[in-house]
Write a protein that binds this ligand. Sequence first.
Ligand code: ZN
Length: 338
Amino acid sequence: MEIKFERYHLQSDFYSSLNGFQLVSVPTEVRIDPLTKRRSRIITWSLPTKGKFDFSQMVEESKGCIFCPENVLQKTPKFIKEIAPEGRISIGKAVGFPNLFPAGTYGSVVVLCEEHFLNLHQFTVQIYEEGFSVAIEIIRKTMNYDPNARFWQICQNFLLPGGSSILHPHLQVIGDPIPTNEMEYLIDACTSYSERKRSLYWSDLVQTEEKFGERYIATFGKVHWFVSFAPIGFNEICAVVEGHSSLTTLDQEEISSLARGIVSTLRYYYDKDLNSFNFAIYSISEEDSHQLLLRIISRTPIQPYYLNDWTSFEVLQSELTTNIYPEVLCREIRPYFS
Ligand SMILES: [Zn+2]
């Protein structure tokens, strides 16, 4: 079943002070997400980059944190014995434990590596393979203890613009018996689509994107990578894992495929002078119409006189903006996935 894409072309005409007061026309595009019907606004201008930020002072002042190797097994909390009698879960260099400051029923942290700080091009596939393996082990053990906790996210907030006060690279793993807003939007829209079309939305979207090719990036095993038609954040890249709705059923090859796509995306972000990002994996058990989804977006880079990327458009109009055409982003990022 082919997915239909809707868009509006808007145009602003004025005499430009940058151009000898000649008449200029600046286009804007409003796109409607085919699943959620949410609108995204694609602006066609952006501020110039300020280059790469020097993190050396920030790293020096914050090193020896609670996640650094000399502290992580001494100062972090332990799981209750009913979930993980070993207290903490380690695979390779990744270490998982409960979040001291949780935001729900089951909140955990997975420290990704021994290094206190990594630039975006320094993250490796192995780092994410180990981190995801620990996160999935936490989810499996927690669901054995509490099967009602079927709504899970693995997410990463990297650096202050991404919402993290701790520099040391880490994931958050959060599970609840109720969905987040975004999970509920996804479930409702995918269920409604399945009932109307007798087909899975994400399978249809992947097939459509593959056919047109202009936003389709790559397939690694069962993991399909593409750029959203109507992004909800800057430089948004998505992945869908065929045949899975929950992280708990992934095998090692699928974990590696997710890790490889994230590292490819971060290398692209680094080359664009970006340094802060968020991603989320939406994992929902027992929802036949849902497929495991990952979204990664860049944030305004940390720099002197930091500029927040959420303006009144996003905060008060619920209308998300981005500053690159998804088709251009796709062309630029594709070589990083090869
Ligand atoms: Zn540290």
